[in-house]
Design a protein around this ligand. Structure first.
Ligand SMILES: Cc1cc2nc3c(=O)[nH]c(=O)nc-3n(C[C@H](O)[C@H](O)[C@H](O)COP(=O)(O)O)c2cc1C
Length: 310
């Protein structure tokens, strides 16, 4: 009779009881999510991205269904930093799991201010920088240009005295390894790959874009193979040797998708769109992963990280 499989994983010295991470923007401020699934069943939850000021986000439609995924342009709707710290963070921290704070901004100073405030919250061991935001100074996204990413992280890193820094990479680049290298050089402790893929859908009768903003981010099964490719490329080229763990994210709906991420080099596996389809799907994925690790003859999921045979 095989013994218990160890599903725990380490992210920069923080232990997750299993590899499954509820992705930013898909489990609210954490507390709402606990009504449908006990957060203790997950390895970690990431809050929706918090900005210095509160934001209404974009007008409707800001989420639309597309074949094999969904397209969103939420526009970073959130209560803002002060309200988050005063009311949302204490509720999130009542849950028995690792809470990761997500940070977004329109300029470097915004990120630094939110990072410093999160760093002062006891109980948030990791923050994740959502760098898929345009810098109002030049209109360019921080996460789409290595130099812009370097400049941002150079300022944010010193604001994090206690908290470990996760950098969430955008797939909307030509060279994902160059972005990962920039992040690691500037002190990223963990990488998350990937954010949504830039996309557009058009209503052919009205001849208008289906999203109010015109374009948005594609998530779900349609992007899964893109995410696997990027996780593998970054793991192989830099993250394995630099010992920087990866949270593999993008279209994970089943345990097989999660196992692919681990074989590609991910330490942990994010789930976003899957939570909209079935918020309890992480339980199925966790059970399937456990059986798979055992079938592979391993005692721990960590043994299978990066084990794809090429
Ligand atoms: C409705 C929605 C809202 C999102 N909001 C955020 C956000 O606030 N911050 C962030 O970093 N990513 C956000 N994301 C991106 C997800 O965290 C994730 O990177 C992406 O959806 C790919 O994973 P998936 O295919 O499992 O959904 C959002 C995604 C969706 C679908």
């Amino acid at each position: 009779m095989a013994g218990r499989v160890d599903l725990s994983v380490e992210l920069a010295g923080v232990t997750l009881r299993n590899p499954i991470v509820a992705a930013a923007g898909t489990c609210g401020y954490v507390n709402e999510f606990s009504r449908v699934l006990d957060p203790a069943e997950l390895g970690a939850l990431v809050t929706k991205s918090i900005t210095r000021e509160s934001r209404e986000g974009n007008p409707p439609w800001r989420i639309v269904d597309v074949p094999r995924g969904m397209l969103n342009a939420i526009g970073l709707a959130n209560v803002g930093l002060d309200e988050f710290i005063a009311t949302k963070a204490p509720q999130a921290l009542e849950t028995d799991t690792v809470v990761i704070g997500s940070i977004a901004g329109a300029c470097v100073e915004d990120y630094v201010a939110v990072a410093a405030a999160f760093d002062a919250v006891e109980g948030i061991p990791l923050v994740e920088l959502n760098v898929s935001c345009p810098n109002t100074a030049d209109g360019l996204q921080f996460g789409e240009h290595p130099d812009a990413l370097r400049a941002l992280l150079h300022e944010v890193r010193p604001a994090l005295a206690r908290t470990r820094m996760i950098v969430k990479l955008s797939p909307n680049v030509g060279d994902i390894v160059a972005m990962a290298r920039a992040a690691i050089e500037q002190g990223a402790d963990v990488l998350t790959l990937i954010n949504t893929v830039s996309a557009m859908a058009i209503d052919v009768e009205s001849r208008q874009p289906r999203l109010s903003r015109g374009t948005g981010g594609l998530s779900g099964p349609a992007i899964h193979p893109i995410a696997v490719r990027m996780v593998h490329a970054v793991y192989d080229a830099i993250a394995r040797d630099a010992r920087v763990p990866i949270i593999g994210l993008g279209g994970v709906m089943s345990w097989q998708d999660a196992a692919e991420m681990i074989l590609a080099g991910a330490s942990a596996v994010g789930m976003g769109t899957a939570l909209f389809v079935d918020p309890r799907s992480p339980l199925r994925v966790r059970r399937g992963l456990e059986k798979w690790v055992r079938r592979q003859g391993c005692a721990s999921v960590a043994e299978l990280r990066g084990a794809v045979e090429m």
